[in-house]
Design a protein. Sequence first.
Length: 131
Amino acid sequence: MLDRYSKSYVLNKILPFQSIPIIKDVFHISLVYNTGTAFGILKGNNFIFIIFSVIVILSILKQFRELSSNREFAVALTLIISGAIGNLIDRISLGYVVDFLDFRIWPVFNIADISISLGIILILHSLFIKK
């Protein structure tokens, strides 16, 4: 919900490709339309990303009960699914993903991307570090 609300707010308040400094030269709100995947890689393949997202979401949901046997893993899977759904809604309804968090040293991203990244970090922690 936070992802959907934040994207809606930014779309209604900021012009495309406009950048508003929050902390000058450190953090800006910059509206970017991302037709690619993470960091804008493979631009223009929206249909492929829609299919891939649906397959990933359905696969995780199908295996959720088995995969989420521990709490950390369940939280991780929930974060990944929710982020994937947030970006999938953009891809289907807009034809691109709305990105707006701009730290100037990293490609512009959104709340869904944070959710997916945190989920992956938790899975890696659960699999490799916590053993």
